[in-house]
Design a protein around this ligand. Structure first.
Ligand code: NAI
Ligand code: MG
Length: 360
């Protein structure tokens, strides 16, 4: 049996962040005990709490410990306290900076529906049932990072943002997608707008060549982004791994999250080629319920599963957490966000049920 020793940094952040990360910490301890690993956990500051204590959303010390770690788990940042739009330091700066500084160019977002929660989706059960998609969104290039500017033309202002990609940026994320597909249903779908955009034609050419040369065993197809927006709502089950640029990925992953209908269940990962990855729930700091002990910890526990799988190559342990979450939901346990007004349990209780299910 493989015994792993790993350094994991916890960044609880703001709002419900500390509550859900506390559950994750307990879960990591349980996994270590059960599988004989040694996880060295260390907490650091990010977001609003970091602004309060140090004047910056990402203290140098936090960045240093994160870079030296094997993986980083983040709760959430932000809240009304730091919402003044004129403030020069803002919590989300911490997130953007840590992603950039750590070279986390691939954002992974799995979209799975749960048989016991199909009714949470606004779509029909028979459409969303069995959906299991893993998105790879390029995170550090494309239009969000291109040149922008403005000028006057014919007496009118003109503002522009440039969408640019290099072959190397496309290659590396398609490669990650291909590798992930091999561990799943062996299918990659690349999404672009190659009928209109030159940058998409480059994307399509580079993606096809990586897939052909390195992943000939993996099924590969391409879909235009506008068609993809429809397919996600009509036949989501047909997709396994989906890889796309920053802008298209931003929009499609938010659309896809509605297939499940429950924010409190969706994890995400931001990873680079080597070095530590950053794992987090996709939801925010939920200031409206912070401190009440009712936040759903499952997205964060599923982020822990992603951390174990992608940063520590602990597939068995990752699957054990995912199966435990399945089982607990299957048994009918619900936090308030999933309970539809019915009986509900709190953050710690839900976390403990998952941890207990791990050892069964
Ligand atoms: P949000 O995701 O924090 O909350 C949206 C709604 O979902 C709220 O009603 C909240 O109570 C509920 N919710 C979210 N997570 C939940 C959980 N685990 N269990 C139960 N209910 C949950 O988004 P919102 O309200 O737009 O933003 C709140 C703050 O979070 C803002 O300051 C925003 O900037 C920040 N934010 C931070 C993110 C991050 O750290 N990655 C991502 C999104 C927002
Ligand atoms: Mg978004």
């Amino acid at each position: 049996e493989l015994r792993v020793e790993a350094k994991i940094v916890l960044l609880p952040g703001d709002g419900i962040g500390p509550e859900i990360v506390a559950v994750a910490e307990k879960c990591l301890g349980a996994v270590a005990d059960q599988f004989g690993h040694q996880f060295h956990l260390q907490s650091a500051l990010i977001g609003g709490i970091a602004i309060d204590q140090t004047g910056t959303a990402l203290p140098d010390e936090t960045l240093e410990v994160c870079k030296a770690a094997d993986a980083v788990l983040l709760g959430a940042v932000g809240g009304p306290k730091w919402d003044d739009p004129t403030a020069s330091v803002r919590p989300e700066q911490g997130l953007l900076k840590i992603r950039k500084e750590m070279g986390l160019y691939a954002n992974l977002r799995p979209i799975r529906t749960y048989e016991s929660l199909l009714d949470a989706s606004p779509l029909k059960n028979e459409i969303v049932r069995g959906t299991d998609i893993l998105f790879f969104r390029e995170l550090t290039g494309g239009i969000y990072f291109g040149n922008s500017g403005q000028r006057e033309e014919n007496g009118e202002e003109l503002v522009f943002n440039e969408m640019a990609y290099r072959p190397s940026e496309i290659e590396r994320i398609v490669r990650l997608a291909g590798e992930a597909a091999r561990k799943r249903r062996e299918k990659v779908t690349s999404v672009d707008k190659a009928n209109v955009l030159e940058v998409s034609r480059l994307w399509r050419r580079v993606a096809a060549s990586v897939m052909k040369e390195e992943f000939s065993d993996v099924e590969y197809d391409v879909v235009l982004v506008d068609a993809m927006a429809m397919h996600l709502l009509s036949r989501p089950r047909d997709f396994d791994v989906v890889v796309t640029g920053n802008l298209f990925g931003d929009i499609l992953t938010d659309e896809a999250s509605m297939l499940t209908g429950s924010l409190g269940l969706l994890p995400s990962a931001s990873i680079g080629s080597d070095g530590p990855g950053l794992y987090e729930p996709i939801h925010g700091s939920a200031p409206d319920i912070a401190g009440k002990g009712i936040a759903n910890p499952l997205a964060t526990l599923l982020a822990v599963a992603m951390l174990l799988r992608h940063s520590l190559a602990l597939e068995t342990e990752a699957t054990a957490i995912e199966n435990a979450v399945d089982g607990v939901l299957e048994a009918g346990h619900r936090t308030a966000d999933l309970a539809r007004g019915g009986p509900s349990i709190g953050t710690q209780e839900m976390g403990q049920l998952v941890i207990d299910a791990l050892s069964r």
